[in-house]
Design a protein around this ligand. Structure first.
Ligand code: HEC
Ligand code: HEC
Ligand code: HEC
Ligand code: HEC
Length: 475
């Protein structure tokens, strides 16, 4: 039991980041950063995960490009692989390398895990038995003894646990907020004792599971203070019973003990919190941390030193207070402290401008539509005819009701929220097209001069209004 004076003392510490930086306690410091990126003419695109092989080589899930990419131990580009044996990859999202050098690829579109031998052959496929329904595997972690694979079924809100010897598959978890339940699990890692750790994205925590499939602990809880998680994405258990966790929106990596207590946030040499751009999958190898920076299309690798120390446990909070709120899931700026314009120990106040509320920014949409909750990377960021940050061409008259940002198209030019009577209480319900009735209304707001030459509905032959998905950016 904590005494209230200790809780008060810690609350004071958390309110003053400088005092915290100076306090004795554990410190986690990154050294010189190596950048792993593809060649200029064949870059990675919105990669999701990274895994390291026995010789220090790094594999990257480059699913929008339908491939896995390989970097040598020195960080040099070795090429991309779109196929394993005769199995053509479609959307590899999560990876693991087992100690024997086999590469395990969770392909969300194929609905299976593809296993590649060190020689590049197809060894086996993991598929859910028919009675368990389809799975959308977004990541896989193999136990050290090679006996078990933990597979995350993102859309199914569960883990499928494969016994690699017998082929049996067990289901762990269901959709919900209790321990053992989850809301869009995304990436997973296993430790040397056979426990698994997975990011429980919309519940804002990492959960751990024992080898006997019992829920063990929650690492971090929903929030924006040191030791809390807003949008947990990547997770890696190292060999010293520590767990590294990236937060895609806060742009930091934090490290916890495997039992759930907080160690620290990764800092730079000056002791300041290290800021990363949309960090996703993480991996740990030989005292080095690897982090995917999704929207930078690259992976960072850095040696990290951990100086142990004791950090007082944070003050207990009412359980319900640490659950994601319907509103803050999209409105980071409404979290405590940030709403008052104050940064926390790890979070900066999100940028805001009258013509671009924080929740309407491209980064806010990417935070869920990057594959962790919905995978819209291809329809929105690759195949669209419309991008954000584009100036309307000369001669286009944009209806004054359509908001532009600095005169350019933004996501909010066409999408808005809360306007059509939706409660705003669920993601699917909250964001709409900026129109009253027909999508065509929206098109005409900019393409008022639509004529035969520029057909407003690219995939429709003559009955424009019946096309349910008439966007230029939807295939
Ligand atoms: C699925 C995401 C989502 C959820 C959930 C959501 N909002 Fe929003 N909200 C948005 C977006 C996007 C905008 C910006 C709309 C625009 O650009 O016109 C917005 C705009 C707003 C605005 C006006 C602009 C601003 O930022 O001040 C308010 C107020 C607001 N939301 C309140 C709420 C409240 C209260 C809830 C919870 C009941 C909620 N929202 C839930 C996405 C969401
Ligand atoms: C908190 C997570 C979250 C955020 C943030 C978010 N979305 Fe979504 N979005 C979802 C989910 C979940 C769905 C539902 C997908 C489904 O059920 O098929 C969805 C669906 C959509 C749809 C399809 C709706 C339909 O009618 O099928 C659009 C369009 C969309 N989002 C746009 C946006 C835009 C634009 C933003 C940023 C302004 C945004 N979203 C931010 C989670 C989110
Ligand atoms: C010029 C208009 C326009 C712009 C700009 C635009 N969108 Fe869309 N978007 C659409 C239309 C139209 C649809 C189809 C809606 C539907 O089917 O209900 C769509 C669909 C979507 C969907 C659902 C995709 C799916 O998988 O079905 C998402 C997510 C989305 N947009 C996000 C975004 C984001 C994020 C941005 C900013 C980077 C953006 N959009 C910019 C018009 C636009
Ligand atoms: C906010 C203004 C805006 C709205 C609303 C809008 N567009 Fe566009 N559209 C543009 C701009 C600007 C371009 C040029 C895009 C570019 O260069 O990225 C464009 C380009 C296109 C193109 C590609 C044309 C080409 O030459 O390649 C198609 C097709 C298209 N729009 C269809 C639509 C449809 C269908 C809708 C309704 C769902 C729509 N647009 C709504 C602004 C808009």
């Amino acid at each position: 039991m904590r005494t209230s004076s200790l809780a008060l003392g810690l609350a004071a510490l958390l309110l003053t980041p400088t005092a915290l930086a100076g306090a004795p306690g554990p410190s986690v410091t990154a050294g010189e950063v190596t950048v792993l990126s593809g060649p200029d003419d064949d870059p990675l695109f919105l990669p999701t995960d990274v895994a390291v092989g026995p010789h220090g080589e790094a594999w990257v899930a480059d699913g929008v490009n339908r491939r896995v990419a390989l970097f040598s131990a020195s960080g040099r580009w070795q090429g991309g692989y779109t196929q394993v044996g005769d199995q053509v990859l479609s959307n590899p999202m999560g990876l693991d390398v087992s100690d024997d050098g086999r590469l395990w690829i969770a392909d969300a579109d194929l609905g299976r895990v593809v296993v590649r031998t060190p020689d590049g052959d197809l060894e086996r496929l993991l598929e859910a038995p028919a009675e368990l329904g389809p799975m959308e595997p977004t990541d896989v972690a193999v136990s050290d003894d090679g006996a078990r694979a933990w597979v995350v079924d993102n859309n199914g809100h569960r883990l499928l646990v494969f016994d690699l010897t017998t082929g049996d598959v067990q289901v762990y978890g269901s959709k919900g907020q209790a321990l053992g339940q989850m809301h869009n699990p995304w990436l997973v890692s296993a430790d040397s004792r056979g426990n698994a750790y997975f990011s429980d994205v919309l519940n804002g925590r990492i959960q751990s599971v024992s080898p006997r499939l019992k829920p063990r602990a929650s690492l971090g809880s929903y929030g924006v203070e040191l030791g809390e998680l807003f949008r947990p994405k990547g997770v890696a258990a190292d060999d010293d019973e520590r767990v590294w966790v990236s937060d895609g929106d806060l742009g930091v990596v934090q490290v916890f003990n495997s039992s759930g207590s907080m160690i620290d946030v990764v800092r730079d040499a000056s002791g300041a919190v290290m800021r990363l751009d949309t960090p996703a999958g993480v991996a740990w190898h030989d005292d080095q941390l690897l982090v995917v920076e999704a929207t930078r299309n690259r992976v960072l690798r850095m040696p990290v030193t951990v100086v142990p120390g004791r950090r007082p446990a944070p003050p207990a909070r009412p359980i319900l207070d640490s659950k994601p709120k319907d509103c803050t899931a999209c409105h980071l700026e409404l979290m405590p402290m940030l709403a008052q314009g104050l940064p926390t120990g790890i979070a900066l106040v999100p940028p805001s401008a009258p013509d671009q509320p924080p929740a309407s920014r491209e980064a806010a949409c990417f935070s869920c539509h990057d594959g962790s909750v919905e995978d819209s990377r291809r329809p929105v960021w690759l195949e669209h005819g419309h991008s954000s940050d584009v100036l309307p061409p000369e001669g286009m008259e944009v209806d004054p009701a359509i908001p532009l940002v600095d005169g350019r198209l933004a996501c909010r030019s066409c999408h808005t929220a809360h306007s059509q009577g939706g409660s705003g209480r669920s993601c699917a319900e909250a964001v709409f097209l900026r129109v009253g009735e027909q999508p065509m209304e929206l098109c005409l707001a900019c393409h008022g001069d639509m004529n035969e030459r520029r057909s407003p509905v690219p995939h429709d032959q003559g009955e424009p209004n019946e096309n349910p998905r008439p966007s230029g950016h939807i295939p």
